[in-house]
Design a protein around this ligand. Structure first.
Ligand SMILES: [Zn+2]
Length: 453
């Protein structure tokens, strides 16, 4: 990428930052949002020192931030980078009546149309959108049936082009029959094996989970195979769950248990599993998720767009977070929608504590999966951070941090984004990808989807 700075061996000293962070550096620590005017010393991938009036070392670069706000990079707990090419797509000539219509006329044709080139370019283009929203780590859920073998490497390369971190998985499905199911299982296994063979040095950039589409497109035997992969690699399942009534209705038509109970009967509701949506879950389902320690990720804007209903966010388990489900990677916008929607519909407002829980949950999830203290900007934490522009129009403090997330911070406030001690974005940067190549690839994808591009 052009003009990418790094905290080289001599280090970089950021003076006079107004630092907001969410967690202490100890991995098992509970969240504790803090706002402190302080200096930060970066060396290599990490923050190595934090404190007032740090003295520059020999050869160290020094920048005076003059009170500019610095905060941890944002985390997206459920993303579909492959959907980047749906942005701006020709709108359907007819009204899509149901979630099933949306799946069969948009998402599944998209899955079938993404070729090798489109997978890599959509990942890079999606990651470019993400970094401009301050998102530095994504839990991506990938599908591209015209390019399965090696697809997760292409997603990784797309993230690498921009410099972001990712936890990747391929959505296994039985929609295309046993042959297609087997290659999608193999792609998860191939990538997880590759990660486990990769020598560990420094802060991990990539992790993997086992991906499944949703209970309603997975046969019993496939659930067994997914569980086998999870157990073999010691990771959880990343799948959609209860995204509207379809999941449950198909289960009942097929004579299966309800989706969560069915997944649980195959051992897939476990600590480390990550389920997106939870719109159509009962209070007992929520209790089961709580007991099993699985994560439930709310995707409010996607739920609105798909007309699948309003998730009972006030009943979500403690281990919860938010994701954009392929719409974009603007986590401040997603949190805002979570909060506003929590007020809608007469169930009483979502409390401030609940809004904070959804936001902080994304960091707790990332800390657990990566084994690194994301969300902290203390000595020892990875140097993954956002530097805002130099005008904080109202005071930021430990009493107001959540209010700033809910009503103040916007992507256009971002001056710079750093990941692992490298500056990966500065406001006004050109994208490190060829827009003409992305547009040409998107046009091919749209034609293949039967859209008039
Ligand atoms: Zn999704």
């Amino acid at each position: 990428m052009n003009d990418r700075d790094a905290a080289a061996a001599q280090g970089l000293l950021l003076k006079n930052a107004l630092v907001l962070d969410y967690f202490p550096v100890a991995l098992d620590a509970a969240p504790r949002p803090r706002v402190v005017r302080t200096d930060l010393r970066l060396r290599g991938e990490r923050i190595v020192e934090r404190g007032a009036d740090l003295v520059p070392g020999p050869g160290e670069d020094v920048r005076d931030l003059r009170g500019v706000t610095v905060l941890p990079g944002n985390v997206n707990a459920h993303a579909h980078l492959y959907a980047a090419m749906l942005a701006g797509m020709p709108l359907a000539g007819r009204r899509l009546e149901s979630f099933a219509d949306i799946l069969t006329e948009i998402w599944w044709p998209l899955d079938r149309s993404l070729d090798t080139e489109a997978v890599g370019l959509s990942a890079a283009a999606g990651a470019w959108d993400a970094v401009r929203c301050g998102t530095t780590l994504l839990f991506d859920h990938h599908a591209s049936l015209a390019c399965v073998d090696g697809a997760l490497d292409l997603v990784e390369q797309g993230l690498e082009t921009i410099g972001l971190r990712g936890c990747l998985s391929y959505e296994v499905t039985d929609r295309g029959g046993k042959g297609q199911r087997d290659v999608t299982l193999q792609e998860n296994e191939r990538y997880l094996q590759k990660l486990s063979d990769r020598p560990d040095h420094g802060v991990a950039r990539y992790r993997g989970l086992v991906g499944g589409h949703a209970s309603f497109t997975l046969e019993d035997r496939t659930l067994e195979l997914l569980e086998g992969l999870c157990s073999r690699y010691g990771v959880g399942l990343h799948a959609h769950l209860g995204e509207g009534a379809t999941d449950r209705e198909v289960s009942r038509d097929r004579g299966w248990k309800d989706p969560l109970a069915r997944l649980d009967s195959y051992g897939l509701v476990r600590r480390g599993s990550l389920f997106a949506h939870g719109v159509d879950l009962s209070p007992l389902d929520m209790q089961l998720l709580e007991e099993k320690g699985a994560w439930l990720i709310h995707c409010g804007r996607s739920n609105m767009n798909n007309g699948v209903g309003r998730a009972p966010v006030d009943r979500f388990p403690q281990r919860c977070g938010i994701g954009t489900d392929g719409l974009d990677d603007n986590m401040w916008g997603e949190l805002r929608t979570t909060y506003f929607r929590g007020h809608e519909g007469g169930r009483g407002p979502l409390s401030h504590a609940d809004a904070a829980r959804f936001w902080l949950g994304n960091y707790a999830l990332a800390r657990e999966v990566f084994g690194e203290p994301f969300g902290s900007l203390d000595a020892g934490a990875p140097a993954d951070l956002i530097v805002l522009h130099n005008f904080q129009k109202t005071p930021l403090s430990e009493d107001t941090w959540l209010s700033h997330l809910l009503t103040d911070f916007h992507p256009w406030d971002i001056q710079e984004v750093w990941v692992g001690g490298r500056r990966v974005y500065r406001s006004g940067d050109e994208p490190p990808i060829d827009p003409a190549a992305v547009q040409a690839s998107a046009a091919r994808v749209w034609r293949s989807m039967g859209l008039d591009g």
